[in-house]
Design a protein around this ligand. Sequence first.
Ligand SMILES: *Cc1c(COP(=O)(O)O)cnc(C)c1O
Length: 234
Amino acid sequence: MPLPTSPVDESLIHSRIQAVREQIPEHVEIMAVSKGYSADHIRAAYQAGIRHFGESRVQEAAQKQAQLQDLPDIIWHLIGHLQTNKVKPALKQFAWIDSVDSLRLAKLLNQKAWELHLSPKLCLQVKLAPDPNKSGWSISELLQSLPQLDQLLQVQISGLMTILPLGLDSETALELFRKLVELADHIQRSGYEHLNLQTLSMGMSEDYPLAVAAGSNLIRLGRALFAEADRKEG
Ligand SMILES: *Cc1c(COP(=O)(O)O)cnc(C)c1O
């Protein structure tokens, strides 16, 4: 089903992106989370200089990617849970898979990437606080899996990603974001040859200032950039 085209307020998107840029250090990348928004929204953010785009669903992204083939330097990130039967199309469509939430999925991505001669970047999704609605590694599960993750030579394990549970107070949120930074530091210092966790993908529209204060270098913004009224559940 094609997404309905909606008139896009380009100047609103530009000014919102500018406003976020003014609040964050230059080394922090903005990922525009375009799930539910049209290819024209993506184009408007692209014109304002955004290159990283995040989509939650493989199928929804495919339609927009087909309309945006004239923008070859877009960097597509898959940020939603990936079902094992969609690994192949996901690898063809996304340079980054930021929501790797199990060893089984990581191994399958490695195998299929080898078959397709691709070398995708992966982020490991960590669950810092119990949350029944979210998938991801607990810290102890992740630490146990590191030796096996380090053997996956076809993929580039490049960072950690987290989504905090809703409704935390700022102090708790800041503490959890710091925990992810410490975890990445700890892993970096543990001497795994093939793990290089430079990317810390944390912070969304509601909490990105806290995430940046804690050390995020990739914030994922949907509602902060695009008008909520334009959003189609797709
Ligand atoms: C939707 C989504 C976002 C963006 O959320 P906003 O609150 O609209 O900024 C970021 N990360 C993930 C994983 C998402 O699913």
